[in-house]
Design a protein around this ligand. Sequence first.
Ligand SMILES: C[S@@+](CC[C@H](N)C(=O)[O-])C[C@H]1O[C@@H](n2cnc3c(N)ncnc32)[C@H](O)[C@@H]1O
Length: 241
Amino acid sequence: MRSTVPSEHADGFAAAWPGIDAVPGWLTRDQARLLWDTVAAVSPGPARVLEVGSHRGRSTCVLAAARPDVAVTAVDPFVRTRRYAGPQVRELLEANLSVLGLADRVSVVATTSAQARHGWDAPLDVLHVDGKHDYWTVSDDLHWAEHVVPGGTVVVHDSFSSVGVTLALLRHVLPGDHLAYRGRTGSMARFVVTRPTRADRWAMLRELPWWLRNVVVKVLLRARLHGVAAWLGHEGPDDPY
Ligand SMILES: C[S@@+](CC[C@H](N)C(=O)[O-])C[C@H]1O[C@@H](n2cnc3c(N)ncnc32)[C@H](O)[C@@H]1O
């Protein structure tokens, strides 16, 4: 496994975070810290990182800022939906990378995860999955983990929060023999490419009550029962992540 934590990279997080935090998106400070530490922990590089779902680049900027010798591939088709603004988001992503001086560390691939993976044969050290959240797409996205080197890390956002993401993990990772669960920061779950033990599988199952709580919170938010959601410990109008 390629893993040492260079302290100068870890200490840089506090300095880099205010600039990155100006980029809108769905990523808490603690989750950013997890991404940062994961990339910093790859032994001397270049660290090879691929992200599925970059949007305006809040998480992409963290991955790229964590060390100078990193090559990030950012895959996003920049779809237009009720939630996402479409192709113009690519310009916002590239502008954010430029402002933070990170553009030369990131290759933006403006297509779907499935299309980008077609013909891909390069090894990866870190994979961050945060694209479309339905069961079928996440099931397909998880195939990227086959390109992550032994001991490398797979981080999946909205785990044990999104129904689609969680069902894909339960169907493909829980019974699998490729990814071992290493815990979560909010809904950001971390897996290492190694054969999971029985304890690793149990650790995933122990997250199910938290998942059920999050599903209840989402139903309450849809029903505009924000007060009841707050009683369950949820703050703000966004889904738990
Ligand atoms: C939740 S956002 C990503 C948030 C981002 N990681 C951040 O930190 O702000 C999900 C993104 O996935 C993208 N997306 C949708 N379908 C996709 C697909 N099939 N493959 C890759 N990305 C996809 C959307 O365009 C959107 O930008």
